[in-house]
Design a protein around this ligand. Structure first.
Ligand code: HEM
Length: 521
């Protein structure tokens, strides 16, 4: 065969490969997603019309940008409103008006079943056990540098294995050993604030301060912060979070990651460096003669791993332990910090509750040193926490992906369907909470763990079913320790410069920080 003949064969081969690729992409981006969409529409569901390749992202971004600069102040008494759903999820709130509490919308080429209906969720979780749920592949890929194959993202039997090893580390007896680390980090922050106040600067951005402190606490409780390697990991984890979430994102859009190649590559580099540093910390720990005396989560994971070593399917590899450490950091610090931050906003607005909590602290702790056994006595503080997590849930949504067809009465959710559960909408729904759903009333939790909600799936700050948050005991402890120390030293007032504009950046946070006027007692 001559040169021209060879070229012809090569061109024909290339054309075949291109056609095949085009065929596969058409199937993945158009045919399969539209089949799912049609099946859901046949069950009577509606939703906004998508366009290719962005789906409904354009409308979502437009609505979000319109809201970001606006503030939710009720002008009469300069008070803020807690009716935040239409502000943080303006697109969902708008689509709910036309399509109800369950509808289909699209992120890029991925249809999502939107759910703000507690009853439907109850039926689904009764039908599908934790192990049989998946997590949307688009989010698993997008958040790979943060969570890898950590507990938040793993599925099936791997999830069961990880959960069996990770959950015992968070039992209250193990957590006791971490209380001192929390007290030390909180006291460092308190000293910083006291110095600022002495210098005549009583206005403090408590959000920034508390996120930094909670980051330090989670790093210390997860993998220790004794050496430079650990500090380096901590700095890089924070940088990774900024890189991933300050970036304009196009999740679900074909090649969306590459719209900002620089940021994507930076995230990959940081992810790689963090993995290497954490691996070296873990290997050093395994060889350390004092490894059993280190009471952080990593020490407990390695012990747990060691105890069951040899039994099939019950151990984590070093790679998996790395991913769990990252998962604790990303899943645990900002969520807890935001629970404390929103609490300080609400206490600054409700001086009566600030005083009630201070009184309770006086009764329970008195002049003694704060001891972990006292925390259970802080009952009103628990009601306040529950109410804050209802009004401002740091984890504002939960996602799932069906791994099989799910049949519920008239609705069939096809295998592969992504689900988006809108926790903010459910927590503010007057149909299940009553007319005062948007008011701060901690006493609703006095005699009822569900806060008087008419539906037991209407309150989901820590998720639901077997995948319920594994770190919630750690949060309860940290919340009570930090708040007790803060309320014992300072009083809080809202600064006139506060602009109430909650927004979603993975978690639900105050867009412009939380400046408070802090005074020593
Ligand atoms: C206020 C604080 C917190 C909130 C609001 C929160 C919220 C949640 C929610 C909603 C889920 C369920 C996600 C889903 O079903 O897809 C979850 C799961 C999880 N959380 Fe938390 N979390 C908090 C604190 C923590 C802490 C302190 C840690 C660890 C240090 C942690 C680690 C995890 C892990 C590993 C999972 C995955 C559990 C599983 O899938 O089996 N969280 N969290």
């Amino acid at each position: 065969m001559g040169f021209i003949g060879l070229c012809g064969v090569f061109v024909a081969l290339l054309a075949t490969v291109c056609l095949l690729l085009l065929f596969i992409l058409t199937l993945c981006w158009w045919v399969f997603p539209n089949q799912t969409h049609k099946k859901l529409m046949k069950c009577g569901l509606g939703g906004p019309t998508p366009s290719f390749p962005l789906g409904n992202i354009k409308e979502m971004k437009r609505a979000k940008n319109d809201n970001i600069e606006s503030s939710l102040v009720v002008s009469s008494n300069n008070n803020v409103t807690h009716d935040i759903h239409s502000h943080v999820f303006p697109y969902f709130s708008c689509w709910q008006k036309s399509h109800g509490k369950v509808f289909v919308y699209w992120l890029g080429t991925e249809p999502f079943l939107y759910i703000a209906d507690a009853e439907l969720l109850k039926k689904m979780s009764a039908e599908v056990m934790a192990k049989r749920w998946g997590k949307p592949s688009v989010f698993r890929n997008d958040r790979d540098p943060m969570f890898g194959s950590g507990l938040v993202m793993v599925e099936g039997n791997d999830w069961v294995r990880h959960r069996h090893i990770v959950a015992p580390a968070f039992n209250p007896i193990n957590l006791k050993g971490m209380a001192n680390m929390m007290v030390e980090s909180a006291n460092k922050m308190i000293d910083r604030w006291a110095t600022k106040i002495k210098l005549g600067e009583p206005e403090i951005d408590v959000e920034r301060e508390i996120i930094a402190t909670a980051g330090e606490i989670i790093a210390r409780t997860s993998f220790g912060m004794k050496d430079d390697n650990a500090r380096d990991v901590f700095d890089k984890l924070r940088a990774l979070q900024m890189t991933l979430f300050k970036n304009n994102r196009y999740v679900g859009v074909p090649f969306g990651k590459y719209f900002n190649v620089k940021k994507t590559l930076e995230a990959k580099r940081l992810g790689r460096e963090i993995d290497e540093l954490l691996s070296s910390i873990i290997e050093a720990r395994k060889k350390s003669p004092q490894k059993d005396s280190q009471k952080d989560l990593l020490g407990l994971l390695l012990q747990e791993n060691h105890q069951v070593d040899g039994r099939l399917g019950k151990t984590l590899t070093t790679r998996e332990v790395v991913d769990e450490c990252k998962t604790f950091f990303f899943g645990g610090h900002e969520t807890t910090a935001l629970a404390i931050t929103w609490t300080l906003l609400l206490l600054a607005m409700h001086e009566d509750w600030q005083n009630q909590l201070r009184e309770e602290i006086r009764e329970v702790v008195g002049n003694s040193q704060l001891d972990i056994s006292m925390l259970a006595g802080l009952k009103k503080m628990k009601w306040v926490m529950n109410e804050v997590l209802r009004l401002y849930p740091p984890a504002p949504n939960v996602q799932r992906q069906a791994r099989e067809d799910i049949k519920l009465d008239d609705l069939t959710v096809p295998n592969g369907t992504n689900l988006w559960i809108d926790v903010v909408a459910m927590h503010h729904d007057t149909e299940i909470w009553g007319k005062d759903a948007n008011e701060f009333r901690p006493e609703r939790f006095m005699d009822d763990v569900n806060g008087g909600c008419k539906h037991n799936m209407g309150y989901l700050p820590f998720g639901f079913g077997g995948r319920m948050c594994v770190g919630r005991n750690l949060t309860f402890m940290e919340y009570k320790i930090v708040l007790t120390l803060l309320l014992s030293r300072f009083s809080f007032k809202l600064s006139p410069s506060y602009n109430h504009s909650p927004s979603i950046m993975l978690s639900l946070r105050p867009t412009h920080g939380l400046p408070l006027i802090v005074q020593p007692l």
